[in-house]
Structure formats: structure tokens, C-alpha cells
Design a protein around this ligand. Sequence first.
Ligand code: HAM
Length: 432
Amino acid sequence: MTPRFRAVKGTRDLFPPESDRWIEAERIARETFGSWGYGEVRTPVLEDTALFARSVGETTDIVHKEMYTFPDRKGRSLTMRPENTAGVVRALIENGLASGPTPLRLYYVGPQFRYERPQAGRYREFSQIGVELFGVEGPSGEAEVIEMLFAFLESLGFRDLSVSLNSVGTAETRASFGEALRAHVLPRAKAFGDDDRRKLADNPLRLFDSKDPAVRETLAEAPRTLDFLDDRSRLHHGEVQRLLTEAGIPHHDDPSLVRGLDYYTRTVFEVSSGDLGAQDAILGGGRYDGLVASLGGPSLPAVGFAIGEDRLLQVAPLTLPRRAFVIVLPQGTDDVADATRIAREVRVALPGGRVEVDLTARGLKKGMARASSLYAEADTRGFDGRAMLALFVGERERAAGAVTVKKLATGDQETIPVAELVRRLAAERSTR
Ligand code: HAM
């Protein structure tokens, strides 16, 4: 059947067991960040369009060509957030938290929207897991968020990742670096497309976001931000490196890293995974000491990062924790009520396990076919294969107040009273 409706281009649907991996990654994120003192912030998807022009930057690719922007019924220009940092800062200022006690530690999990060309790991609706730390001016801010980030990535099973680091200095650094960059690029810009020529004129730093090989080649020999740093920014950068080394976090300098958003000051960083292709970062972040003030709040230093959840889950070696699984198979429709009652008792004995009833009551043969296919997928679905059970409930069992228990791993089966099954399951659970 040809579907009448399709998901909008660049969006997609997630089903179990894939959605189970998302839930598990988000659970680990909440647990990790929570244990470092971070609390969850939830801000709206819709924001005033001007918020992003002001923070992410008018000349960035995101604001220039990737935003979902539309007038509402009263003609106000709204945008579906392309990222969450601007919204968090807006919320802090609006709710008076930007002038409150610091440090302020927040994280978020949620959908973001960018009109990009869909490809592997890149969507128009995608999800980010992000962290923002406010009120820490020193390099211990970067060290904390990056160390916590690594604790999270290690819990997902990642090993051997390294942080790419750079410093874009202060606004003055960026202005003088921008001029030097323009002077370097200008004589070589004839081969550039319109978009990159616009960047060269408006904000040369944005050329680093270009995918055009001619631009990338020109930039390979361009001046480096690190050569334009003021003394304090240079010192800060050195301290970030030292603290990361001390914390055992692998890192390296990447002088071409400037990140595609205008609000960064000093430290910028990314983590990439080879599995996604050379240019695709799983996550990016940095310091943005001027953003709160530029959006009308007090002077409040900040640092954070956001992980692209879609990309993360594509490459994460994360395995689901094993849980018990029991399928209750009524022989016919007359056995459904009994099967439901037995499932209820078994659930009490198996908290956290999955106990489902074949409500279609299509008979044991079809029920076992389903049980076997679930057993075959035990690993991807996060079931403890050795402990998977099918319970048969039919006339014979009903008469005896019993249930036939079949171990899916071995095929062994026996008929025992329901109370005995419940007792055994509870005992096994306590020894596990
Ligand atoms: P960003 O680099 O624009 O930074 O996005 C962070 C991550 O979101 C990227 O590394 C990527 O994994 C993911 N991402 C971006 N666009 C897409 C897409 N179209 N499809 C799938 N994943 C995508 C920010 O958004 C900043 N707000 C990060 C930050 C927080 N800086 C300081 N605090």
C-alpha cells in the first residue's frame, strides 16, 4: 500500500528497540549530569526570531539559511529553535535567574530544527542533549563541563575519543583575526561561490563553515586565531589544556576550529567520530562570556556544549541493560482473563522486567512464533535471553491452577502452580 502521508523531509520516526536506546542514553545523561549538580531546564521550541539573529549571529549559516521561521496569526515572526543556548539564556534573564546565585548548572534534552540537506546523521528535526554552566569565568568551567561530558560518553561505551580545542579569544581578537583572514583570502576568492563571497565581506570567520574544497584549501594556510590572542585569553587556553590533561581527558589543538555560531569567546571545542565522516561532529561547545549581557542580562560568563543525539546514537557502543522477559500465551479467547491475571502476578515478582500477554489468543503455535522471534532479537532489545520465558495458559492448566513454563533458551518446559512460579522468579531475582 502506498502511504497517503509521509514524514516531512528530514524528519523521521523512531520505534523500539531504537527508541529504547534513546531512552537509555537520556537516562544516563540525566543521571550523570544530575550527579554533578546539574538540573534540567525545558524551554519552548518557539522563540522570537530576533533572539537567534542576535545570539547565533545574522551572518551564520544557521540564521542566514537554515531556520524554520514564519509569521504567526498576528504577524509576529517566530522561529522553531535551531539550538537551545539562546533560549536558555533568554529564559534565565526573563525569570531573574541571571542575577541569582552562581554557579548555575543546567542541562536540556530536546528537538531542534534546521533546514539542512538531509544526509547520514543530519536531519531537519534532530535532538540535542546540552549542558550550560553559568557564572564561572575561570578555566575550571571548561574543565568541569568537558570532564562531565567524558564521564557521560564513557558510560555510553565510548573509548579513545579526543577533544579538539581552539580559542577564538575576545571580540577584539575576532575582529583583528577577521581582518587578517580577509586579507589572506581576498586574492584567492575568485573561485568562491556567492555564499562564501558574502561571508568574506560580512564575517570572514564564517568561511570556516564552508564545505567548498576551494575555500578549505585557502583556509589551510590562513592565519590562526591562536596567534591573535590577548595575554589573558592565551593564559586561559593554556590552563584549559593543563586542567584537561590533569583530568586524564585526551585533547589536541585544532587551529581551524571556530564553530558555526557567533557567540563564542575564548574556548571552542568539538568531539568527532570517524564513523560519521570527517566533518561530522557528535558534539560541539564553548565559552560564551558576552551572550547574557548582549541579550539584555547582566555580565555573566558561561560555557556549555550540545551533543547531537541522532549522531551520538548512530555511533554509540551503548548496549541496553538486560531485563527479564515473559510472554503469556493464552490458548484461546477463553483463557485471556486467566493469562491477564497470571501476568499481573508475574509483573509483581519481576519489577523492571517486561511481561506481556498475547491478547490476540491465536493459539500456542503462533504465540510461540512471536516468542521465538523476540528471543532471536534478545540482544538488540535488551532482554536477558537465558531467563526468557513463555507461559502457556490453556484448559489443562486452568483446571490444575497451574501454568506451563517454557524456557526459550533451552526449550525445557514444566507445568507448575502459579504461586510456585512467582516464588521462583522472586528468589532468582534476589540472587541475581
Ligand atoms: P552546534 O555545533 O550547532 O552547537 O550543534 C551541536 C551538535 O548538534 C552538533 O555537533 C551536531 O552533532 C548536532 N547537530 C547540528 N545540526 C544537526 C542536524 N541538522 N542533524 C543532526 N544533528 C545536528 C550548538 O547548537 C550550540 N548551542 C552548542 C553549545 C551549547 N555551545 C554552548 N552551549
